[in-house]
Design a protein around this ligand. Sequence first.
Ligand code: SF4
Length: 234
Amino acid sequence: MAGDRPGALVDSPAVSAVPVEPFDELQAYADEVAGCTRCRLAQGRTQVVFGAGNPHADLMFVGEAPGFHEDKQGLPFVGQAGKLLEKLLAGIGLQRGDVYIANVLKCRPPGNRDPQPDEIEACESHLFRQIELIEPTVVATLGNFATKLLSGRPLGITRVHGQEQETTIGSRSVLLYPLYHPAAALYTPAMLKVLEADFARLPQLLGRPAEPVAPPEPELTLVQTRPAEQLGLF
Ligand code: SF4
């Protein structure tokens, strides 16, 4: 009798055999996080900045927290640091849409102050879940906060930039690759060379041939609102 077969339900037009895609799960999770009130930053934000990019990316970047423009637009890295990130990506033959970009904190700290430990603790599971759903091969941390959180070690970015390490995030094994925060290169142009050199190794870490693309020339306005040290970028 056909109805006794275990596969009969799959044959039924009323039941979908299509698995839930990670992208759908990622979007559903973004919708859920949009209403998060786990920490005090919920009070001052315009909106949650969940993350953006290719939900199937091999390469994911994790920055610190949304700033003024990110908070307004709801997207990560849309200011001067974002433009530099795009130039660095172009230098290795990638575009913004090829990667996924997120932050440790999803809401803007007032006045762009440093994230507080209790805020990071409240928000970290959102990032871990994102990484589980996107399943990147390489997670490039931008600056101190992301590096310390995802490496689980207190070593600052000056010590560990450009040194990849295998690590487990949630249930996923990834290659962690610490980099200076692009904003650091805005405040300290000499640091751009270091960032470019570290970026140049990304294709190799992703198992791709190095792109024969010349490093981009910086065409950036020097933004001197406050010293980089105060941003915790080093
Ligand atoms: S920063 Fe993170 S934990 Fe705090 S309210 Fe925003 S999404 Fe929630």
